[in-house]
Every structure is written in C-alpha cells, then in structure tokens.
Design a protein around this ligand. Sequence first.
Ligand code: ZN
Ligand code: ZN
Ligand code: ZN
Length: 449
Amino acid sequence: MRQLSEADRDAIRIAQDPQFPRWLEQITATGGCSHPVHLSGSTTTLDAETGEILHHYDTRTEPGERLSVRCRNRRATICAPCSRLHAGDTFHLVRAGLIGGKNVPATVCNRPRLFVTLTAPSFGPVHRAEERCRPRRDGGTCEHGRPLGCAAVHAPGSPIVGQPLCVDCYDYTAHVLWHAHAGKLWDRFVIGVRRQLASSVGLVQSRFPDHARLSFARVAEYQRRAAVHVHAVVRLDGPAGPNDEPPVWGAADRLIDAVYASARRVLVRTPYSSAVGELALRWGDQIDIRPLRADGTGPNDDAVAAYVAKYVTKGASETGAGLDHKVTTWEDIDTAPVSKHVRTLMRTSWRLGGLPECEPLHLRTWAHTLGYRGHILTKSRAYSTTYAALRAERAQHVGLVEIPDAVTERDWRYVGSGHTPGAAFIAAGVAEDIATNREIAREEREVRR
Ligand SMILES: [Zn+2]
Ligand SMILES: [Zn+2]
Ligand SMILES: [Zn+2]
C-alpha cells in the first residue's frame, strides 16, 4: 500500500474527530482562511438592570477549546480567501463614494468626480514592451559604454521589460527617495488642488472649507519599472461632505484644471545629505485625468471601483517589485527572488537607510517595498464608508448584533495561528467551494439579466 503523506494522515485524523462537523463550521465561517488566528475565551451578555445572563458563549465547548477567526490579510499570495473579502470591501468602499450606498447619498454621482492617475518621474530609460523598445537612429552609447537605444521588440511579459538600459545611468537613489516621499507628494498635491480651486474663484485659501470639500480614495500600484504610481477617485462636495451640494463654481472642468495645475506644481525637497545632496522630487509628466459622468459617458463607475479594488490584493511581490515580508539583513536581499533591478533598489534602500540623515524615512524597514511605506489604499474621512463599518455590517448579517440595554463582558486571548497540514488542505477545499459557488451565483445572475 502506498504511504500516505503527512497532510493526508492529518486530514484523516481531523475528519474522524467527533467534533469535526463543528470544526468544519468554524473553518467555513472564516471562508477557508489559510492562516486563521485562534482565540480562547468567552463573551457574556447580561441584562443591564437585572444582571440576568442573556447570552453566553465560551470556547471551552469548541473543538480544541478555541475559536478560529480570519487573518484578514489583503494579499492574495498570503491568504486568497481573505484577500477576496478585502477586495470586495474595497470595491464597496470606492463604489459608495462614486454612486452612493453604505450611508452615502446617491446624489454623489452628480458631483464633479475624477479618476486620476499620477506617475513617478523617469529615473532613467528602461526597456519597454511597445512596437520597438527605444529606437534611436543615431545609435550612441552612454558614458559607461552601453547603448542609449534598444531596437528590439519585447513581449509584454518579457523579464527585460522595466529593466534599465544602463544600471549605472539609472538614478536608484532618486527612485528610492521618491518612493519614501510619495506620501508627502500626495498630501501636498491634495493641498495644492484645494489651493488652486480657491484661487481660481478668488477665495482666500483659509476660507475654502466654508465653501467646498475635497474627498478622495487612492491606491498605489507598482509599474514594471518598480516605481509606484497612484490611481485616485477625487470628488468635490459642499462643505459638509457627501450630503452637501458643491458650490455653483464647483464644476468638473474647474476641478480638472486644479488637479493638473497642482500635479505639475508640487515639489518636495529632501533634507540635505552629504552623500546624496538635496533632491527636488515631483510627479512624473504622465498625468491622466478622466471625468466620471452620471450620464454614462466616459468610464463606468463599477469598472473604476473594481479596478481600484484589484490593486489592494496585490503586494509588492505579485508585481515583481519587492517582497511581501521585511528583510532584516543584507544577505536577505542577496537571496531574494527578485530581478536585478529590484535587488539594486532594495540594496539602495538598505544603504540609504544606514545614513543618519535618512533615519526618519525608515528605509531599511521598507527595503522590501523599495522605500515606499504608504498604505496601498488611502482615503479621506468624508469619501465614503470605512472597512470597520463594512465588517460591522457583515457581523450583523451573521447575528452578532449588539443587544441594547445589555452589558457585554469579553475575555479573550490569542492562543495561536495557522493550520496543521491536514487542516490547511481541508481549508483550501472550503475556500475553493466558496469561490466556485460565488462564480456559479454570478453566472446565474447574468443569465437572468
Ligand atoms: Zn485569511
Ligand atoms: Zn529594449
Ligand atoms: Zn550608463
């Protein structure tokens, strides 16, 4: 008889446990999370006046005397089921800011709304997947003796795409420092848009909040050259936010002009360093602005929300631009499964991170993301709902609703995380079933339409 694998033997052990049905229920409740967190403890709900116990839940009767909850990781490579859930939440969050829902009024769809893409500037020529990479009639070489052009035609998936033509000409320092300041560039950009809008209608900058409010949700995405660019939904409301109409002067065209002007003007100077000097950081020349119109012309709102949601499931590793986990030594960088270009960016981050003047940028902590330390999704408070509100809504659906006039006592502790090999195998099956069922339900909906 063939020898069973460790996972098979473990799965059989789990399935033969008398508490297996309840265990499977827990795994299903986590959506088949691949790295669940295990908790032990209890929740008791008492009537505030009489002290009578209304509800009591204790993990002592659960399989293994514990409750498993989702890891809630957003990255598909780390936990596919949780990343799908997170992408779904992101979709609803972005969509609500575009067309309403989740306590946002439907009237937001008539506000000036833009889908904006801001890029990083060039840090040196890289190979491109276009008709011809970088044709140059007169040829020529750089000071390092490497060709300035490339006449090849690269397939879009080719590993050479995004790699520099000359690694010595490429400004790795500027690339990493630009990443480290991308958050600041964004903040200044937003301030600049408000300022442009105010001055275009003769308002003093400080009076802007009395007239209008600018809201946004943005995501960062790594391009092939391993530089981050930013996609954002920008909306203009009245001073009170989503429930308030913008002023008469607040039309889409004026917002477009303000976005262009601010994106071109923003400048962040790095503090002087004897090793790198002082850099003036800006957005790249490629600025893309698409107005979203309620009449259905132009980009579709759902498509924009789905586009944004897709990026939050990707870490630096999926796009080939870095790693999902932090590096702790120079050797970690040497052995990382990344391209030569990305490795050089990680090394540059690490090296700059050792300079006292770069300390506030935490470049060693963020070497795995090439110096970029921003969140993948950022939004302003008034844009729409929050992840926490969406999770609370989901909890209500499954009956974890808070009882009014009751006191709830909670006592929980972390007892571990992850699956045994057999449990991982079963959880993956559960996750697959859920995904298949969702796919079937979607197809049925489409057929009915
Ligand atoms: Zn998970
Ligand atoms: Zn090329
Ligand atoms: Zn060169």
